[in-house]
Design a protein around this ligand. Structure first.
Ligand code: GLA
Length: 356
């Protein structure tokens, strides 16, 4: 289907609108499903939703980025993957006791998809916000994030933590959201002074992301069971991991050390120290958690060797996708283009995603 404007697809523009951003995680990777700490910021790219009641017996959803339309009723989940997010949001609202009438939904997303910048969470949060406005529902931003996470687990099939939805719902582009994923206590903290964030896509899609993600999650649960703790969040001393079999020790070492890095970063450290923590985080994700790939390691190495970069790491689940660097203020665009000149090869091409 062609890319159509809202007027072309729904023949009127009298809609209620909402939006939500994607996120990039600076520190605290694979800690959220271990009840740990994370530190994402919102990215400038957003997903925008326009919504209105229709006079049909079914929901009609159009996604501009995909040029695709889907129709469904509440009784039967849609076959199209993108529409299952919308369907899930509606079903979750109904579970809250809200009756949702048939709707027209127009999705216009500029959040890059499939690279670890939470395009899914942005869609869920934007859709839930749209329903909140249209139907006057009393739901706060934390409740929106929690519903979004349920949608992801129950209708999309990814057993993710709460970081992405909390970031999309509560983070800003200028401050880091320091979040305790167990208690949901949070603080907005300034990004280290005189710095700027750069996100580069490795150009390699995240092939094993879902299976690898769920496997890591199970390994962490097993490690907690062996250690007799509720979650790996409850361990802060690396020496208590010694008794674990090698594989579980590595996985747990990443989570415990990563939590310690986020806690350290929350103390208001210098850009140089923050960058060093990002470098350590990448090494831990690569060696202990084993969720990096050679292309990401290469890109991260190139970034780290740039004189205007404080530190760099993969961002999100890994297995491909994007990496993030903390750069000297005003240098991110140049760092991005210089790095890509060295990176781009015959079969792989990187992209600058932030700054846009
Ligand atoms: C994905 C998940 C998050 C989080 C990250 C890794 O983005 O959706 O919940 O676990 O991976 O930090």
């Amino acid at each position: 289907m062609a890319k159509l404007t809202i007027e072309e697809i729904f023949s009127s523009a009298s809609f209620i609108t909402s939006d939500a951003p994607g996120r990039v995680n600076l520190l605290g990777e694979h800690t959220d499903y271990n009840d740990g700490f994370v530190m994402p910021v919102a990215i400038p790219q957003k997903t925008r939703i326009a919504i209105r009641k229709n006079s049909l017996c079914e929901f009609e959803v159009y996604a501009l980025a995909l040029g695709k339309k889907a129709q469904f009723t509440l009784e039967k989940a849609p076959d199209d993957h993108f529409a299952s997010y919308v369907y899930g949001c509606i079903r979750e609202m109904e579970k809250q006791g809200v009756r949702v009438p048939p709707l027209d939904v127009y999705i216009d997303s500029e959040v890059p998809m499939g690279v670890g910048l939470s395009s899914s969470a942005a869609l869920e949060v934007a859709m839930l916000r749209a329903l909140r406005s249209l139907l006057n529902i009393n739901l706060d931003d934390v409740a929106i994030a929690q519903l979004g996470q349920k949608v992801e687990a129950q209708y999309v099939g990814v057993n993710c933590g709460i970081m992405d939805q909390m970031a999309s719902s509560l983070a800003s582009t200028t401050d880091m959201l320091f979040l305790d994923t167990r208690t949901l206590d949070r603080k907005l903290l300034p990004i280290p002074e005189e710095t700027e964030i750069l996100v580069l896509d490795s150009g390699i899609s995240r092939a094993l992301a879902d299976s690898g993600y769920n496997e890591r999650r199970l390994q962490c649960e097993e490690a907690s069971r062996l250690l007799g703790v509720r979650a790996l969040r409850d361990v802060d001393d690396l020496s208590s991991l010694e008794s674990l079999p090698e594989l579980y020790k590595k996985r747990a070492r990443h989570v415990v050390s990563e939590n310690n890095r986020v806690l350290r970063a929350s103390l208001g450290i210098s850009a140089k120290e923050f960058g060093a923590l990002m470098n350590d985080s990448h090494a831990s994700l690569r060696d202990d958690y084993e969720v990096s790939i050679p292309a990401l390691d290469h890109l991260v190495d190139l970034l780290r060797n740039h004189s205007a970069v404080y530190g760099a790491k993969l961002t999100g689940a890994g297995f491909g996708g994007a990496c993030v660097a903390l750069c000297q203020s005003g240098s991110a665009a140049l760092v991005g283009s210089e790095t890509l000149k060295q990176y781009d090869g015959a079969s792989t091409k990187g992209r600058i995603l932030v700054p846009v």
